[in-house]
Design a protein around this ligand. Structure first.
Ligand code: UD1
Length: 421
């Protein structure tokens, strides 16, 4: 199993280019099931979760022509379609559930493995199922699989999600594109990745209209057109690099991401002490040694502060000049990184879903264990500012969602090495 060896402390300086967004690519790839015509998707990140989704699509009978150099794929329909999404593929990546909606819309049936929980929480799919039921899906669950079908076609309906869910919003938007009649979805998630999905589908001929902040209206069409689409940049990767620059009193130019989409995070970083200049698709960020604490940080749905940056900001606040607190509002068990950060010297206490972070931590290198994708990158950040050598085990978690992380970090001044020993 690969590990990272990081020798700190390092200062980050230079330029980095943000890769394509994993979380935008996954639903866009899943929606290729809706098409009879070829779909070209560009700017895909070269990460494990994308490979898993491509393997899942292959297993369903789609042809995938990959162009690694161009970071693009062309997806075409084969004659032999399979409607079973197997456990072996869905268990490693919860976004596998996103094939359920499009399979029902296109093939009227699907057998999809239940994704199961993961370290950050139980992560049920009840909102996906309840709302697809409103479009006409019938289903039962047996031996860990959802057996779903629809009699004729999915039929448009008015649905209000009981709670905001990124995945359920995506599944329903995708399915509704080929449903008969109008679907109105209320209380939708509005993460930029969802807007990227609706931009993609609209460009392919879907009739989608955002008619309120969290309300979208979809008029079903019979088929979608051939399309070539460039996926947006990765919001969380961009935010992670912003934290890295601030944390190391560094000086970084981040390219390939629209700064307007991370306004909340940039304003928080400014309060902590970063100096930031934004241009179209560029961020210039400088850190400082005197970082200020932040009280009452809360993770919430977009446009508020994202849970996917909680662990990274926690590392930053460990170095602030006072006590900070972060409340995790989205996932029930997303403080897995805390025990590992303590091994580097952090003083963090957890009370239910609130972490109290003491400032002025002097991190010292240690051997660490990754637990999930974002927790792992937080450990990398802490190791970058820690004195001495750190070894981070199980970085396969990181490989799920960060493209070429060690190469990008090396180029901006981090002493980092991948090893399998
Ligand atoms: C997506 C992101 C993930 C991010 C999360 C929250 C992808 C591939 N993943 O995950 O990186 O951390 O949004 O921004 O885009 N819930 C239910 N029932 C459901 C669905 C969700 O109870 O049917 C709960 C979840 O357990 C969680 C909350 O709702 O507590 C939000 O989850 P959701 O927005 O659906 O997250 P994902 O789409 O899984």
């Amino acid at each position: 199993m690969d590990k990272f060896i990081i020798s700190g402390p390092c200062k980050i300086k230079g330029q980095v280019i943000v890769s394509g967004s994993k979380n935008a690519s996954l639903p866009i790839l899943a929606s290729s099931i809706l098409f009879d015509k070829p779909v070209e998707i560009k700017n895909l990140p070269d990460v494990k979760d994308i490979d898993t989704m491509l393997n899942l699509l292959r297993s369903l009978g789609l042809n995938i022509k990959k162009n690694k150099k161009k970071k693009s794929v062309i997806i075409t329909k084969s004659k032999k379609i399979n409607t079973i999404a197997s456990y072996s593929l869905v268990k490693t990546m919860r976004a596998g559930i996103l094939v359920l909606g499009p399979m029902l819309a296109k093939y009227k049936k699907a057998i999809t493995s239940l994704p199961g929980g993961c370290l950050i929480g139980a992560r049920p799919v009840n909102y996906h199922l309840k709302s697809l039921k409103k479009l006409g899906m019938k289903y039962y669950i047996k031996k860990g699989y959802i057996y779903a079908n629809v009699k004729n076609n999915l039929t448009g309906a008015e649905i209000k999600f009981p709670k905001i869910s990124v995945g359920a919003t995506e599944n329903l938007i995708i399915a509704s594109c080929l449903a008969v009649g109008r679907t109105i979805l209320k209380n939708c998630a509005i993460e930029p990745e969802i807007k990227d999905l609706t931009n993609f589908l609209t460009k392919a001929g879907a009739k989608i209209k955002w008619t309120g902040k969290r309300r979208v209206q979809i008029d079903g069409v019979k088929s979608l057109n051939e399309i070539s689409y460039n996926v947006m940049g990765d919001r969380i990767e961009c935010g992670t690099f912003c934290v890295a620059a601030t944390l190391t009193a560094g000086d970084l130019n981040i390219k390939g991401f629209n700064p307007k989409l991370i306004r909340t995070e940039l304003n928080m970083l400014r309060k902590i002490g970063a100096r930031i200049i934004t241009k179209k698709n560029q961020i210039f960020i400088k850190g400082t040694k005197n970082l200020k604490n932040l009280k009452n940080v809360i993770t919430k749905e977009y446009p508020a502060f994202p849970t996917d940056l909680q662990a990274q900001f926690m590392v930053l606040l460990c170095k602030a000049n006072g006590r900070s607190s972060i409340k995790e509002n989205i996932f029930e068990n997303r403080f897995m990184h805390v025990a590992e950060l303590r091994r580097l010297g952090a003083k963090i206490t957890i009370k239910k879903n609130i972490a109290i972070i003491e400032g002025k931590t002097k991190f010292e290198g240690a051997e660490l264990m990754s637990s999930d994708l974002r927790a792992s990158v937080a450990l990398v950040l802490a190791a970058i500012v820690a004195k001495g050598k750190s070894k981070i085990n199980r970085i396969y978690h990181l490989d799920r969602g960060y493209e070429q992380l060690e190469n990008k970090l090396k180029k901006i001044g981090v002493k980092i090495k991948r090893t399998s020993k």
